[in-house]
Design a protein around this ligand. Sequence first.
Ligand code: AKB
Length: 314
Amino acid sequence: MKRIMITGALGQIGSELTGKLREIYGADNVLATDIRPSEDKSGPFEILDVTDAQRMHDLAKDFGADTMMHMAALLSATAEEKPLLAWNLNMGGLVNALEASRELGMQFFTPSSIGAFGPSTPKVDTPQDTLQRPTTMYGVNKVSGELLCDYYFHKFGVDTRGVRFPGLISYVAQPGGGTTDYAVDIYYKALEQGSYSSFIDKGTYMDMMYMPDAIQAIIDLMEADPSKLEHRNAFNVTAMSFEPEQIAASIRKFIPDFKMEYDVDQVRQSIADSWPDSIDASAAVKEWGFKASYDLDAMTADMLEKLKVKLQKA
Ligand code: AKB
């Protein structure tokens, strides 16, 4: 990777990925793009609607990009509310980014998700290679995306790579429209109000990861020796699996009076119920040395410390 173009650069992953890549590869070598204007002046930025194939191609070509990181997508709950929009944006954007990569010879990354699994997938320690019959539009997009990326590799030789991310937790940019978002909201409300009303029910386990580990995983996979990669586009990665009571207990180690109640959102609950409780990341460990540094308490300590500073400044 020398000249990198990112779509969805103002999103939850994109906003931290852009900064980290600029640190490593040089600010001028990372072109951030998004559908909204940016206030960040740390490097080149262009407005891009990912459904506009020609503009995506032209921006990548003019920039001389050798790598495309395609992050723009609707998350699970929004995709369930607006399934047709999700299909058009998630699949349309992906095929445009793959086409630009094929035409311009770029290396390619896009994230899949634990949403690519469904109710018939084994729920505990979900294997790397297993049944994938998701029941959500987001899941349908993610499985199709994994297959499409495999296709572009086998058919056209595009160096496509990807991971199945669990819920990602970060103090920088808030996610929007995801099922795992409760595990971000809870830290904001713990500091602002000392209490949280969870839209995901107690006892609902999902995999999660702290954002610095997710960003490192993307970079490590993109820099990995291609001859070692068997599962190019859909590596299971995870750092922890917990249910709402466990994240509340972790917060109470720092804010002892923190209170938790439940007001379950049936749409997001049924999405969560269709996903694994925990996934097996051993293929990522074996093939490219995946490693996560933060467990639940280490993440809680860092989130609360960083978020406190952020909220004081706001
Ligand atoms: C979501 O909840 O939609 C995402 C995901 C797990 O892909 N965070």
